[in-house]
Design a protein around this ligand. Structure first.
Ligand SMILES: [Zn+2]
Length: 326
């Protein structure tokens, strides 16, 4: 019977899809290039072909409960409309869910990628065992997902959970892409960390740093990984940058915990791979910036567990979390 859910993660460069069982086991998975630059017809065709392949692998339509999809950018869940996806030209105004329902005769749901990643961690990953989690992904941006009672919290108009655009410094010289000053995203995402490192190296132009060695003096080549490597090797400037990043994230997370009191906080994304030095600074700081430090201390702040298939798991999880298909 309907034991599988098709989960599809549509990215700017690749489309990943898989079959997930009700127990959360990924049994089959495929990856194809998105071919985003060839236009919406081609890239949607890639999704269609992948879904078709997965349904066949499941043993046919009768074995599939539904098709879950996640994509970056804003999505109107009620219509399955992709409102804007910067990396998928032509996808604006594509009724992704409706199109797939028409083609395959199966229910389809669409969700943005930070929400699905949060859901995936809550159902199958580092947040399993907790009813309420706050999920954060720190990479080229900062995305968040609020999971309450193992369901994505959407708010009244469907746009809740944009924690990356909560400002912690209204006097900040840095303006976020959303227009606000001092959003956590513009202070602590991967590009923000790199920018702060460059500024610091400019200010301390006489100070030796491994970052100068790694880039042969071309500071435009600095990456978050380089900063991590330099910090591990004991480089003072790199360590200060990471310390400051942990501080910013801690101030912000302290506020998020005051607001949400989650069972656990799960942190994913490339920057989270820095691990211990970053996490301990975050933990230490947030206790000073939250209302009930004694209680906040009990909240585990854990690294995300699901790696490259997080989107597939989360998209499939869309058919688990609404109660109707459990
Ligand atoms: Zn912002």
């Amino acid at each position: 019977m309907q034991e599988y859910t098709v989960g599809v993660d549509v990215g700017g460069t690749k489309v990943a899809g898989g079959l997930v069982t009700p127990e959360g086991r990924l049994t089959k998975s495929f990856v194809v290039p998105t071919r985003a630059n060839d236009g919406v017809k081609t890239s949607f065709g890639q999704v269609e072909t992948l879904v078709e392949k997965l349904i066949r692998a499941a043993g046919g339509k009768s074995c599939v409960r539904g098709i879950g999809l996640c994509s970056p950018g804003a999505i109107d869940r009620r219509t399955g409309l992709v409102i804007n996806a910067p990396n998928l030209p032509g996808w604006e105004s594509l009724h992704l869910a409706r199109e797939l329902e028409k083609i395959f005769g199966l229910p389809a749901r669409v969700e943005n990628d930070a929400n699905t990643a949060g859901l995936a961690e809550a159902l199958y990953g580092a947040g399993a065992g907790y009813r309420d989690i706050f999920y954060v992904t720190v990479s080229t941006g900062i995305g968040t997902g609020i999971i309450i009672d193992r369901k994505i919290y959407h708010g009244t108009q469907g746009v809740a959970g944009e924690g990356g655009h909560v400002s912690i410094d209204y006097r900040s010289p840095y303006r976020c892409t959303c227009g606000t000053l001092g959003c956590i995203e513009v202070l602590a995402s991967g590009p923000a960390i790199v920018r702060r490192a460059r500024v610091k190296l400019d200010q301390e132009h006489a100070a030796a740093s491994l970052l100068r060695t790694f880039t042969r003096g071309n500071l435009g080549l600095i990456t978050p990984e380089m900063i991590e490597r330099a910090a591990r090797a004991g480089d003072r400037i790199a360590q200060e940058i990471l310390d400051e990043t942990g501080f910013f994230l801690g101030v912000w997370l302290g506020g998020m915990i005051t607001l949400l009191d989650p069972g656990a906080v799960v942190i994913g994304g490339g920057v989270a791979r820095i691990g211990k030095p970053l996490f301990s600074k975050i933990r230490q700081t947030l206790l000073r910036y939250t209302l009930n430090p004694k209680l906040a201390k009990k909240i585990p702040i854990v690294p995300a567990k699901l790696k490259q298939n997080v989107g597939v798991y989360g998209a499939a999880g869309l058919f688990r979390s609404n109660g109707e298909a459990e």
